[in-house]
Design a protein. Structure first.
Length: 241
């Protein structure tokens, strides 16, 4: 557990109740997908202290997430959100962690382009694949696209190269603070797709994964599936992969 994770957990546990985990319900009409409805896979990735969401670039509706064109030579995109100063620092410190949690501060998006399989690019990560409806995917893509900050000309603001060879940091529209963290952002993004997930129980990455595991299937680098669960009414054979 690093400094930011410890600070978020320490303060967050005084605010949130784990009882909130059982409160979320699916958004009717979005999840689960209707019988015979085409589904699209998304991947929730546990990075230890924060979480990210990966999608197929080819599935992103035109014009919904324009910034994805910055990483054209890639099959997948993975996006994470967090505190700008901490996320972009060479090494996180307790001071940066406390500052991030206690004072609203600028947020940042980290977007990575890569070729699959997802479990090969992130071999040491827990990954849960979830099949969602096409409508849910469009809402998720719109949620991510809306997270970018824009300058006076309406253009997104790329800050610098990200943590991987084919990645970028972008200025985020919303600020980071105690009630808006990297993991609550992931939970809210998944909620926008209709999933029965609540940001009230997303203090840490483990809380997010606890909510996603029952909705999908956990994958490994060897492509072995565990806890294989398909949403009611969804047929994996209809996935647009």
């Amino acid at each position: 557990m690093n400094a930011l994770q410890a600070a978020v957990a320490l303060v967050g546990l005084m605010v949130f109740s784990t009882a909130a985990a059982g409160c979320a319900k699916s958004i009717e009409g979005l999840y689960p997908p209707a019988p015979a409805e085409l589904v699209k896979p998304i991947f929730v990735i546990n990075h230890g202290w924060h979480t990210g969401i990966a999608v197929w670039r080819a599935h992103i509706p035109e014009g919904v997430w324009p910034e994805q064109a910055d990483l054209t030579d890639s099959e997948y995109l993975e996006v994470g959100w967090g505190n700008r100063e901490f996320y972009m620092a060479p090494e996180g410190t307790l001071g940066l962690a406390l500052k991030a949690v206690l004072w609203p501060s600028p947020g940042v998006l980290h977007v990575v382009g890569f070729d699959g399989p997802v479990q090969q690019f992130f071999p040491q990560r827990e990954i849960v694949e979830i099949l969602i409806s096409d409508r849910g995917f469009q809402r998720l893509a719109a949620f991510i696209g809306d997270a970018y900050a824009k300058d006076g000309s309406g253009r997104t603001m790329a800050l610098r190269r990200g943590q991987y060879a084919n990645s970028h940091f972008y200025a985020a529209r919303e600020k980071y603070f105690l009630l808006k963290t990297c993991n609550t952002w992931t939970a809210s993004a998944l909620r926008s797709a209709g999933l029965p997930i609540t940001s009230l129980y997303a203090v840490g990455a483990g809380n997010v994964m606890d909510q996603t595991r029952p909705l999908g299937r956990r994958i490994t680098r060897a492509a072995e599936w565990a806890d294989h669960r398909v949403p009611r009414g969804a047929d994996p054979a209809q996935s647009e992969r």
